[in-house]
Ligand binder design. Sequence first.
Ligand code: NAD
Ligand code: TYD
Length: 348
Amino acid sequence: MKNILITGGAGFIGAHVVRLFVTNYPKYHIYNLDALTYAGNLENIADISDAPNYTFVKGNIKDIDFINTLFQEHKFDGVIHLAAESHVDRSITNPNDFIETNVLGTANLLNAFRDLWKDNFEDKLFYHVSTDEVYGSLGKTGLFTETTSYDPQSPYAASKAASDHVVRSFGNTYKLPFVISNCSNNYGANQFPEKLIPLFIHNIRTGKNLPVYGDGNYTRDWLFVEDHAKAIDLIFHKGKLADTYNIGGFNEWTNLNLIKVLCEQMDIKLNQPEGTSAKLITFVKDRAGHDKRYAIDATKLNKELGWKPSVTFEEGLSKTIDWYLKNEQWLNNVTSGAYKDYYKEMYE
Ligand code: NAD
Ligand code: TYD
């Protein structure tokens, strides 16, 4: 039996990764460590919470003593680190939260992992889940590859870039076995409705405006979250040590074009006249330092490990909208804050 620590498993991507590992690897015991910040919601993984190979641990990666004790107690063979402050807009208002969790929190995990195994790292792995935003912003052409220089532009991106560097430095200095992946924008079930797609679905559902930053002429490369989780599984098991993999959907959209498609699909699914949702589009003040374009070249992951996205954007978006419409209660709980009651009863 291997003990695997997944951090941030009550969040959006983490919940999908936890579910995949708990379900597909009964020989692993999965520990899900999460501080349950505003973005963490145990409802996201309620379906697997009773699995015999699963344990939830409420705790903060910023707490050094707690982290050290946890590692000594459970002797984690592997760590898949997703816990982070993840929203660019919040990083603009509160940059220090991002430095503390994303940089110092990651360093705490690395120190604890190193102290646990000292020089005997055989069959051990620290997997850092990161973002394409570390590479900065692209012009009209070109793609981010694994060798693109880091050039982070937002406090969020800078904190993730710094944590990537700290991970690599532990690999170089202490021979700590690691792998890093840098992924493009994810979408799918359970994403907190502050990010573009779930926010706009929620706003259309409740008849609120759709705030498009600036002229909406910004480009992102969208990947269905379950395809990200599958890539993480593949890289965790087959990735080369001390290597980096870019993960992306080969799926670029300007915000405005994406919003138009989303509005069209919402009109159909809500049985309302064509153009109803699009009437809610409202151009608002641009985000400070808004990155123009992200686009990932995921050729290496495809060539070396055989990964490719399993759904088209139309399919993924349709599944995503269906999930939010079916899980109205989840959206209501998350937007009202009522989801906090769910774990209060269980863990506080
Ligand atoms: P999220 O905000 O939905 O979830 C983050 C989780 O981490 C939450 O459950 C939260 O409670 C937990 N957390 C936050 N601070 C913590 C702390 N100090 N201690 C313990 N737990 C803490 O984020 P997400 O979108 O699921 O992103 C997960 C990871 O993937 C992040 O590292 C992010 O940088 C990376 N990533 C995200 C995207 C994306 O599009 N969302 C793309 C590429 C990479
Ligand atoms: P977001 O989902 O916050 O992801 P990221 O900033 O990490 O790419 O935003 C995606 C794009 O949508 C980004 O260009 C900012 C834009 N955006 C809006 O125009 N309006 C919004 O309300 C939000 C949340 C984002």
